[in-house]
Design a protein around this ligand. Sequence first.
Ligand code: GLN
Length: 504
Amino acid sequence: MNITPQTLSLTALGKQLRSGALTSRRLIETHLDSVQRFNPSINAIVSIDADRALAQADHWDQQFALGRSLPALAGIPIAVKDNLCTKSGTTTCGSRMLRDFHSPYDAHVIEKLHEHGAILFGKTNLDEFAMGGSTETSIFGPSHNPWDPDRTCGGSSGGSAAAVAAGLVPASLGTDTGGSIRQPAAFCGVCGLKPTYGRVSRWGLVSYASSLDVAGVFAHSVEDLAIVLQAIAGHDPRDSTCLPHEVPDYLSTIDQSSVRQTENIRSTRIGVIRDQIESPGLDEQVRRSLKDAIETYRKLGAQIVDIEMPHSKYCIATYYIIAPCEASSNLARYDGVHYGFRSKGPEASTLDRMIQQTRSEGFGPEVRRRILLGTYALSAGYYDAYYLQALRVRRLIRQDYDDAFAQVDALLGPTTPQPAFRLGEKINDPIQLYLQDLFTVGANLAGVPALSIPIAQSSDRLPIGMQLQAPPLGEAKLLAIAAAYHRSVEHQPTIPAAFQAPQS
Ligand code: GLN
């Protein structure tokens, strides 16, 4: 079986498995083979339990043979970011601190994947503790962009994006605190969805910034995003911020009938944040592609509305106070006593010094920077000036979103300022990396759902993404609007030729 974009569609795979044209064992073996051949060049997957995956495949094959009606993802491999706790294997967060950590429980999203039949197919690379935008700070080394191995695949869920882009898995899970699903999706030319804050449980998602973190999906098509979201969304009493609302049928809202689709899009109002499209920092090819996409929506009959978000200029500053503050508090638990790494150095002779030494050796420089920033901003005397002030501005940013969504159904804009940058290009300049988050952090601060879909390729064949955002719990509409665009331009998912080589 050769891996092509067609063989990666979850619907197509489901049909083949049900008809008996394909067995789950064959599917898993094919993907294990791809991982062996291609993963060394992109470093997307950091651990895999092949025996377990094959045993699960055999289980599902038996069920298929009995002709049972099975859940949507039965027998299908899905990779997950290595900050989602899994009982099997390690959950490292890409950090020395958790290098040997075995979680005693599965994250809620992992339980849900199992419930829906998916086969856990490896853990993916990430920036240490999901802090970053280029997947370069992991103890496992950087991931590489399948479209150009000299370039970053974005971050922090870069491994999950690259694994899907290179065809190592048909879909994967990532987490998004300030853009970590949407940015790597844009850089790697795949679809990536960050759900509404609270739509998906954070139970078992290793906390970075709890008021912003959410787990989401990477796949080759908007339909596939819907299928996986359907599986992982829903209430979980173990996460007090998880929403109790009913989970709608996402796939059926992405109306399969093109006629109805046109009617739906006619009644849709799409807001364009002018400041973003006209932003001087935006790459010209990205700008042009977005303007073409706006034209496509206009031709489909959507109403295009200019939107102002007066506080969006404060998004980065606000985010880079709130996220490090929450990180400094969340990461206090790594003290050499409760979890993971403990320094054995001769300096670690007293409890205080052991904790100090453990944290100095266990965390990498970017994580240490965030802890210091957060601790400073939360300390007596600065709390009001920084943290409280940032919370107030966050409220204003949310108000901008509420005002915008009183006028439109969705907001359209860039996902990233430019296509994938080179590995090493920004890693020594944190501010430059933080500025990559310009267009994505707003959705996290406001808690709204957002996705990125591929819309074009740059002159040097690098993918370009478009971001769409919707009101809280507006995933169904968001997915429908994105799918309408892909259908109208007859978007064909592609994977780079080097990863489609026939099997030997
Ligand atoms: N780049 C952002 C950060 O470093 C976002 C990371 C994320 O979404 N996990 O905080």
